[in-house]
Design a protein around this ligand. Structure first.
Ligand code: ADP
Ligand code: MG
Length: 218
């Protein structure tokens, strides 16, 4: 079976004032369809760089990234982010404060047929356990509820792969523990293939079907 995501010998470098800085080197990884795979490692080890490269926001200098049979990135090929079928839920991607929860979820569906949008929004809000929150604004929701709306927004356009970068780090530890279980169950129920990045070992063990430890210099 073809892995949903396969990364082979990835190398990503940044151009700094004092020459090239290698952020990720010789990184290979495979994630099966429907899995929640976790990349665990300390700050600065290159986790966000791997996700940004999968999403198409960073070029790679060696290796390749495939989603199913589609080559997303190689030194010669760079599919633009909007054509990758990759969704993201990043900690810094807060909800739009001036839009309701439903409008936030609909944001990624701008290219959908009008008649399909509101049923999809309702379906996604139900999936994340907030069927009645559509008219509420972010400031009327708790931090955990806001992150569940952000999850609904990321999953609404049916991405083949969902990337989650430290999605719970702005929350208190009780909310964080509860939400990691909830989000794991939501992703499994939807059969969503996902890559979670965290430096929190407990979170990785709660959520992941597969954990890959990224060392400070791997
Ligand atoms: P993590 O998410 O694991 O904390 P990052 O992927 O953000 O790690 O960073 C990996 C390394 O690449 C770090 O040494 C960081 O300083 C460097 N880095 C990250 N982004 C940039 C950038 N835009 N320009 C230059 N260096 C960067
Ligand atoms: Mg990071």
């Amino acid at each position: 079976m073809t892995a949903a995501l396969s990364i082979d010998n990835l190398r990503v470098t940044y151009q700094g004032a004092h020459g090239q800085h290698v952020a990720v080197q010789d990184f290979s990884w495979a994630v099966e369809a429907g899995q929640i795979a976790c990349l665990l490692g300390p700050s600065g080890c290159g986790k966000t760089t791997v996700l940004r490269t999968i999403a198409g926001f960073e070029p790679l200098s060696a290796g390749s990234i495939r989603l199913g049979d589609v080559l997303l990135s190689s030194p010669q090929i760079h599919l633009p982010p909007e054509r990758r079928r990759v969704g993201m839920m990043f900690q810094e991607y807060a909800l739009f404060p001036h839009l309701t929860a439903a409008q936030n979820v609909a944001f990624g569906l701008r290219r959908w047929a009008a008649a399909d949008i509101s049923p999809r929004v309702a379906e996604m809000l139900t999936l994340v356990g907030l069927p009645d929150a559509g008219r509420r604004y972010p400031h009327e929701l708790s931090g955990g509820q806001q992150q569940r709306v952000a999850l609904a927004r990321a999953m609404a356009p049916t991405p083949a792969l969902l990337l989650l970068d430290e999605p719970f780090s702005n929350l208190d530890s009780a909310t964080r523990e509860r939400l990691s279980v909830e989000v794991r169950d939501i992703l499994h129920r939807a059969g969503q293939t996902a890559v979670l990045v965290t430096h929190n070992q407990a979170e990785a063990h709660t959520m992941a079907d597969q954990i890959r430890v990224l060392g400070a210099h791997s």
